[in-house]
Write a protein of this length. Structure first.
Length: 360
């Protein structure tokens, strides 16, 4: 006798993977899935074959295996599959992490390095003669989800697999950045309720909406964009040592988010006072206390103004135009202040005399 209990599965799981799991884990026939989806059985068959062929990718295989073990117990495999109970909260958390990681992977020379049997992956950027710089730490569950979405690809999987952002990943980044900008505007100008209606994407029947174009500066760190610019003498506006100083602050900022309290409160550094007595332990969680202390000391050393632009551009990855507007500065003055902040930040790290170096 058939059991109609529905499974709950995260909303971020692609449609093809949902139907693949429905077929392989619940035993539903292809015709039954096609009937409930309202499409031809050959469509479902092509989707299932495509997902099966992608299992050579270690991240895709691990993602499917994790979903099967988490959401489909062995004793329940005769039950019917239904996506009506999808976890929207988990989907929102995934999109936030995806935005952070895809932004880093859009930077020139960046790859996501995944080692076997490791809980964390890292995004590293090739800096040429200086070697590589670590720009982000990623939970392997997030990396698996990105691979399952086909937002990252790996040409030669191995003991250490290197993934790059795909064309569909860049399109997804456009969408995620646009949604993040809309939410920011809603908080600053209209309020959450009004902005949700004002910025609702418009769709014309069955005609797919044209992907929104995005400036390059919205997808990558402002430091990388400025490093490509040249001054009057033909030298880079930001040399590699200044970029590394900003990346070091960013890495500590990323590490400070890993712990019992995922979202730390750095708003104190975006206000007029209170920098000197900032307590890195006042917000709970000692797992990343050293990284929080390093960030707090660096921002306190920079002082008002310089710490604001460093936090916004290096850590929050805000564009210079947005930072200038929020801080009430004149146009095109932000890049000068940011360079001064990075020079001061570089001197701060040099004064540590080899202490508190970056991990690795």
């Amino acid at each position: 006798m058939e059991n109609n209990v529905a499974f709950s599965i995260p909303a971020w799981v692609p449609e093809g993977a949902q139907r693949y799991l429905a077929h392989t884990e619940t035993g539903q026939s292809i015709r039954d899935i096609a009937r409930s989806a309202g499409c031809h059985a050959s469509t479902i068959l092509r989707q299932i074959r495509r997902v099966e062929m992608r299992r050579d990718d270690p991240l895709v295989d691990a993602a499917l295996q994790s979903l099967a073990e988490t959401h489909f117990s062995v004793s329940d495999r005769t039950r019917r599959f239904d996506v009506s109970g999808q976890d929207e909260q988990e989907d929102g958390s995934f999109e936030g992490e995806a935005l952070r990681v895809l932004r880093r992977l859009c930077e020139t020379g960046s790859v996501l390095a995944v080692a076997e049997d490791m809980d964390k992956a890292v995004v590293v950027r090739d800096t040429g003669e200086a070697g590589t710089t670590r720009t982000a730490v990623v939970d392997c569950k997030i990396a698996q989800a990105l691979a399952l979405q086909d937002w990252i690809t790996c040409d030669n999987p191995g003991r250490i697999s290197r993934y790059r952002i795909s064309t569909s990943g860049r399109a997804a980044l456009n969408r995620l950045v646009a949604e993040a900008e809309n939410k920011a505007r809603s908080r600053n100008e209209f309020g959450m309720a009004e902005a949700q209606a004002a910025f609702q994407p418009k769709s014309n029947g069955d005609v797919p909406e044209r992907a929104r174009r995005m400036r390059y500066s919205a997808a990558e760190s402002p430091l990388i964009a400025l490093a490509r610019r040249r001054d009057r003498d033909g030298k880079p506006f930001l040399d590699e040592t200044l970029v590394r100083a900003g990346e070091r602050l960013r890495e500590d900022f990323e590490l400070a988010q890993i712990g019992p309290q995922v979202a730390q409160n750095w708003d104190r550094f975006l206000t007029g006072g209170g920098r000197g007595n900032f307590d890195s332990e006042s917000h709970g969680g000692r797992g990343a206390s050293d990284a929080k202390d390093r960030v707090a000391r660096a921002l306190s050393d920079l002082g008002p103004g310089l710490s604001d632009v460093a936090l916004r551009c290096c850590c929050y990855l805000e564009g210079l135009e947005l930072a200038e507007k929020r801080m009430g500065w004149s146009a095109r003055s932000g890049k000068i202040v940011l360079r001064i902040a990075l020079q001061r930040l570089k001197r701060h790290y040099e004064d540590l005399s080899g202490q508190d170096r970056m991990i690795g």
